[in-house]
Design a binder for this molecule. Structure first.
Ligand SMILES: [Zn+2]
Length: 149
């Protein structure tokens, strides 16, 4: 989560809302979550891309790294609760677990506004662990909004 927050700051410094994400494979080596196979941060402003969220960028990097869209068994760590778009991408990537920092009561799709990740009607559901380092992650966002908006 600390490293994800560093990625978030990278986005923040470039004028994007500070959100960072990482994908770990489940090979049991390296980090306790597995091996880091993809990083991403919010590039919506920098790239002028409405889909340039941290999670999407991290999923793309991870899929490219392993040469497969199917990231079953992998864990995604992100500083902010995923939105509906990212939750949809997470379900479609077959990610097994999502660990996130701050809850997003206005746009979160992992339990706040809706719960796309654990919707039993879908063909894949995801284990969700939310609110990790929540205070620091909320502060990271609040500081950025005070400075940039
Ligand atoms: Zn998103």
């Amino acid at each position: 989560m600390r490293h994800a927050m560093e990625l978030a700051r990278r986005a923040g410094d470039a004028g994007d809302v500070p959100v960072g994400a990482m994908v770990f494979s489940d090979d049991g080596e390296g980090h306790e979550l597995g091996t880091l196979i993809g990083c991403g941060w919010n590039t919506r402003e920098v790239d002028g891309d409405p889909c340039g969220h941290a999670e999407i960028n991290a999923l793309r990097a991870a899929a490219q790294q392993v040469g497969n869209w199917n990231l079953s068994g992998c864990t995604l760590v992100v500083t902010l609760e995923p939105c509906t778009m990212c939750a949809g991408a997470i379900v479609n990537s077959r990610i097994s677990r999502v660990v996130f920092g701050a809850w997003d009561e206005k746009a979160g799709a992992a339990g706040s506004v809706r719960d796309v990740l654990r919707d039993a009607r879908l063909n894949h559901t995801v284990e969700v662990i939310g609110g990790i380092c929540e205070e620091e992650n909320v502060e990271l966002l609040q500081q950025w909004f005070q400075q940039w908006r």
